[in-house]
Design a protein around this ligand. Structure first.
Ligand SMILES: Nc1ncnc2c1ncn2[C@@H]1O[C@H](COP(=O)(O)OP(=O)(O)OP(=O)(O)O)[C@@H](O)[C@H]1O
Length: 262
């Protein structure tokens, strides 16, 4: 087995006083692109928050949570190895934040930048390179609140890439994006996977699982109910059971789409 990027064993986790995960385990090997698929409320984002050390499980003798083989992380150091791209993070940026500052905030793993913060010439040029790569250079001075959802998402991705992490955590990557923005964004995601970044994405949409994703994990009511190679997981019987609705599935060149089954 390769190195484990994420190793969660027998954890119990609460959100807002509600127990969401109980005796929950999940491992991800470095280099294995993985999608966590499940209906609304199944606990996917909670799993991602645990993996990102944004949420801590209940301290119990049988439980453990290791990220890159370590239990305790200084988040500033962790963000050098792991980037997060989520709608939640996107919604935390103040509307007046400049696009460039969203990207630069990735240098300090912070949300936003402050007047007293200084960035080196290398950091400024890193921000420029990322904005250029993601087609954001023309938007560098724009207020975050005046950008489209797709443009904001790309700025959040640039922020996550700032420290060149090896693992990227995506929460519903294309939610809120129109077809053109979604396809453009998925193309970027594929490029990152081809460039040796490992991706862990959570979603309730099979159509945003790119061909490079090899492993699909089905999650329902806080539990993993199926886990295996994508082709064996994205079948009509298993997806119908996962979402409690009859479904048909079509696959085209590694992409999948579902349709009503009755
Ligand atoms: N702050 C909170 N307070 C109480 N319950 C919460 C809180 N956050 C999440 N939950 C509950 O935890 C459960 C799991 O939520 P989670 O966001 O992990 O699910 P999800 O699978 O990511 O859902 P979705 O696909 O809708 O984003 C849900 O039942 C949700 O209502």
């Amino acid at each position: 087995m390769k190195e484990l990027s994420i190793d969660i064993r027998s954890v119990t986790a609460y959100r807002g006083g509600r127990r969401v995960l109980s005796g929950f385990s999940f491992q991800q090997e470095a280099g294995v692109h993985t999608a966590i698929l499940g209906p609304n409320g199944s606990g996917k984002s909670t799993l991602l928050q645990l993996a990102a050390c944004e949420l801590y499980p209940v301290d119990m003798a049988e439980s453990s949570l290791e990220v890159f083989g370590r239990r305790n992380w200084d988040v500033n150091l962790l963000r050098r190895r792991q980037g997060i791209i989520s709608h939640d993070l996107q919604s935390h940026y103040l509307p007046g934040t400049r696009g460039l500052d969203v990207v630069l905030s990735g240098a300090r793993a912070s949300i936003g930048t402050w007047a007293h913060q200084e960035f080196s010439a290398d950091e400024m040029s890193r921000a420029e390179v990322l904005m250029n790569e993601l087609g954001l250079s023309g938007l560098r001075e724009r207020r975050f609140g005046d950008l489209s959802t797709g443009e904001q998402r790309r700025f959040i991705l640039a922020r996550a890439l700032f420290l060149d992490p090896e693992l990227l955590l995506f929460d519903e990557p294309t939610s809120g994006l129109d077809l053109s923005a979604a396809f453009h964004y998925l193309k970027t995601l594929r490029r990152l996977m081809q460039r040796e970044k490992t991706v862990l994405l959570v979603t309730h949409h099979v159509h945003e699982i790119p061909p490079e994703i090899g492993r699909v994990v089905h999650m329902k009511e806080g539990r993993i109910v199926a886990d295996g190679p994508k082709e064996t997981m994205l079948t009509a019987p298993l997806l119908s059971e996962l979402f409690d609705v009859p479904l048909r599935v079509a696959a085209v060149e590694g992409w999948y789409q579902v349709f009503p089954g009755d």
